[in-house]
Each structure stands twice: as structure tokens, then as C-alpha cells.
Design a protein around this ligand. Sequence first.
Ligand SMILES: NC(=O)c1ccc[n+]([C@@H]2O[C@H](COP(=O)([O-])OP(=O)(O)OC[C@H]3O[C@@H](n4cnc5c(N)ncnc54)[C@H](O)[C@@H]3O)[C@@H](O)[C@H]2O)c1
Length: 275
Amino acid sequence: MSTASRNELEGQIALVIGAGSIAEGIGIGRAIAISMTRAGAHVVAADMDLESANGTVKLIHDEGGSAEACSVNVLDDTSITDLIGGIESRHGRLDILHCNVGLGKSGPSENTSPADWRRISDANLTSLHVASQAALPMMRAQGRGVINVTSSIASVRHVGYPHLAYSATKAGANQFARALAVELAPDGIRVNSIIAGLIDTPRIGITLAKSYGARSETEMREARAQQCPLGRMGTAWDVAEAAVFLASDRASYITGTELMVDGGLSASIRQAMDG
Ligand SMILES: NC(=O)c1ccc[n+]([C@@H]2O[C@H](COP(=O)([O-])OP(=O)(O)OC[C@H]3O[C@@H](n4cnc5c(N)ncnc54)[C@H](O)[C@@H]3O)[C@@H](O)[C@H]2O)c1
């Protein structure tokens, strides 16, 4: 559970893209949205699955926070620009843009078709460009803004099974953040990525058991926990803490870098890794 309670994002408008969860429970984007409202922000919780975004907003409203749900498909440029245009019309500003969607296709790379590759690349990389370009005029006019990206341990390490398109595009996301940070520094806009390690989200139960060669979901979860030097997978709240920190003025001198939230995984030479 997030401990964010200070009002450091009070009065700010935050857009979290991918703020739902692909199954019941707390995915990373949902935790980020909730944690940002706990820090005082009004959150626009956007997701391809509007029902799931509504679920996030309900959790926020239930605890007295401020949020609205929106539908967006990061594979559709117009959908992204319409979303951000709507925020401009309704709120007149955008302080925080957090891009959280990540798609991938694990398995031998010969099974990843060019069409798969383009879809993954569009979701994990092109959408970052489209969203940040749409947000820029507002952030420039404000003289400040924060753009954060949820990246993965897979962007810097082999994950223990083939996951090529995901790894390569998440690595691109890291460099996207670094290069854009330098370009936008004179505008007072900071850009960073969060490298999430092995995180216990609803998604992993659906997508990962096979990749681990595990007989059951429990075995897969145990294998992941054992890989992490801290002895457990991270939670979505662990990643959300980093997102709130990077969005806040506590991180006012931090831009163009990656924040590892991986329980020491990337510092270890343990053999098998995943993301
Ligand atoms: N779970 C992990 O172990 C882990 C580790 C490292 C990085 N990550 C990254 O963290 C992020 C969130 O992961 P999660 O495990 O919480 O997954 P998740 O699938 O629960 O959350 C992602 C959300 O994105 C939404 N989404 C999917 N396609 C979309 C599209 N085309 N347009 C708009 N929204 C779309 C989904 O509906 C979902 O609500 C991803 O970028 C993922 O790559 C996860």
C-alpha cells in the first residue's frame, strides 16, 4: 500500500496512460494513479479498457481523491492527441504525463512478425513521442512539466527467456527519456524513466507462467521472488512511490535518467531474469 500522503502534487493535473489493470487487482498504472491523487493531484486515468479505468477512478473516489476516467488507445495517434486536447479544454493545463502502457510478445524471435514488432514498437515507443508532443505546448506555456515512462528491467538485461521486441522497445524508451530530457531542460520540463524489476501485478498471472516453465502460478511467483536479492517481487506500490517522487519537486534536479525499482536485481549476477 502506498504511503504517499504529503500534498506535494496539490493542484496539479496528472495524466496516467494505462491507468487500469488487465485483471482484478492493482496494476502499476492503477497504483500510480491512486498514489498521485493521494499526493494531491487530480488524475486523468486513461486506458484502452474504459471499465478498468473507471475501476481505478472508483477506488480513488472511495478514498476522497479526485480523478476522471478516459478511454485511449496508444496504437492510435489521434486517440492520444484527442485525449490530451480534451485535458487542455477541460483543465487548461497538464503538469504530469506518465506513460505506463507496455506490450510485448515473448517466445522465439522468429515468431514475432513485422506486424507484431510494429504494434509493440508503436505502443512502447511511438506513443511516448505522440503523447509528449501533444503535452508540450501546455507544459511549455506553464514553464514546467514532468514526463515519466514506465520501463522495465528487460530494457537493460536479458530476461531469461526470449522477449526481443519488448526489450528493444523498452530500451528505446529509456533513451527517449534521456534525449528528450536534454532537449526540454531549458523549458523546465523533466523527463525520466522508471526501470521496474519483477513486479507482482495481475498481469504476470496471465502472461508469465509458461515463460518460467513453471507448473503453476504459485511456482512462477516463487521463482520470481527468489530471483530478487530482497527476496520478494516488487509491488505496484513500490513503482508508484518512484513515480510520485519523480513527479514531485523533491526530484527537481533529476532529469534524463532511469530510476531502478528492482529490489537489487540489476545489481546481481543471478542467472535468470525476467521483466
Ligand atoms: N509487471 C511487471 O513485472 C513489470 C515489470 C517491468 C515493467 N513493467 C511495465 O509496467 C507497465 C504496467 O505493467 P502492469 O504489469 O501493471 O500491466 P497491466 O497490463 O496491468 O497495465 C497496463 C494497462 O495498459 C492498458 N493497455 C494495454 N494496451 C493498451 C492500449 N493499446 N492503449 C491504452 N491502454 C492499453 C491495459 O488495459 C492495462 O490496464 C508496462 O509498461 C509494463 O511493461 C511491468
